[in-house]
Write a protein that binds this ligand. Structure first.
Ligand code: ATP
Ligand code: MG
Length: 201
């Protein structure tokens, strides 16, 4: 056997062993139920990941709803697309809290959109809910943590929930099934480049 034949055989053996392990794990993963997915961290890509999952679900004919807890001053490209595909959107009525500087008004707006979220979290016709930027509502204490945990725990068994935002509360991380932290290596904004349509909003 030549050296290259030997290497090729060794590679095949290693790949076979990897395949067996992966197949075993696929066979073992039999449980089917709704998931809580958290996308947190300081890097760019949290909301786009949430919207991407909503698009994926809608592509399979699932029913999805989006709740946006912090509305920016810009329109949202995903909304233009997904509303046409039957996804309901609820958006907090105020802008960024550092723009409004009116805490009572922000709390009121957060509570209103949370009441709507609670209805969605009871509705077993909704397969996927994106709670975009929910984490800030808990950091600012605009919403009651126990109430949020309770609503998440008691949702329909097959309903998926995606939660995005920086600095996710550890109690939500503990409750979640899948948690990803997006790390910022660099961002165009730090180099003086303004937010770009279709990329940042
Ligand atoms: P995206 O909506 O692009 O997925 P995100 O949800 O991860 O971003 P947010 O913290 O919600 O990030 O911020 C929304 C806006 O801020 C976006 O325009 C995004 O490009 C920008 N942004 C995200 N991360 C950073 C960062 N590390 N530095 C500067 N701007 C950022
Ligand atoms: Mg975001």
């Amino acid at each position: 056997m030549t050296d290259s034949e030997h290497k090729s055989m060794q590679h095949k053996k290693r790949m076979q062993s990897v395949k067996e392990k992966v197949d075993q794990r696929i066979d073992d993963a039999q449980e089917e139920r709704g998931l809580i997915i958290v996308i947190t961290g300081n890097g760019k890509g949290k909301s786009t990941s949430g919207f991407g999952t909503v698009a994926r679900a809608v592509g399979h004919g699932l029913n999805a709803a989006v709740v946006q807890f912090i509305k920016g001053t810009w329109a949202c490209g995903e909304r233009n697309l997904l509303e046409n595909a039957g996804v309901s959107f609820a958006v907090m009525a105020t802008g960024f809290t550092w723009n409004t500087q009116d805490k009572e008004q922000d709390i009121d707006a957060a509570q209103k959109v949370w009441q709507h979220s609670k209805e969605l979290l009871k509705d077993d016709n909704i397969d996927v809910i994106l709670l975009d930027e929910l984490t800030y509502m808990l950091s600012f204490k605009y919403l009651d943590l126990d109430e949020v945990i309770d609503a998440l725990k008691n949702r329909p068994i097959n309903q998926h929930v995606i939660i995005t935002g920086r600095a996710c509360h550890r109690a939500i991380i503990e409750l979640a099934d899948t948690v990803s932290e997006v790390q910022s290596i660099k961002h165009a904004f730090d180099h003086g480049i303004k937010a770009q349509k279709g990329i940042d909003w």
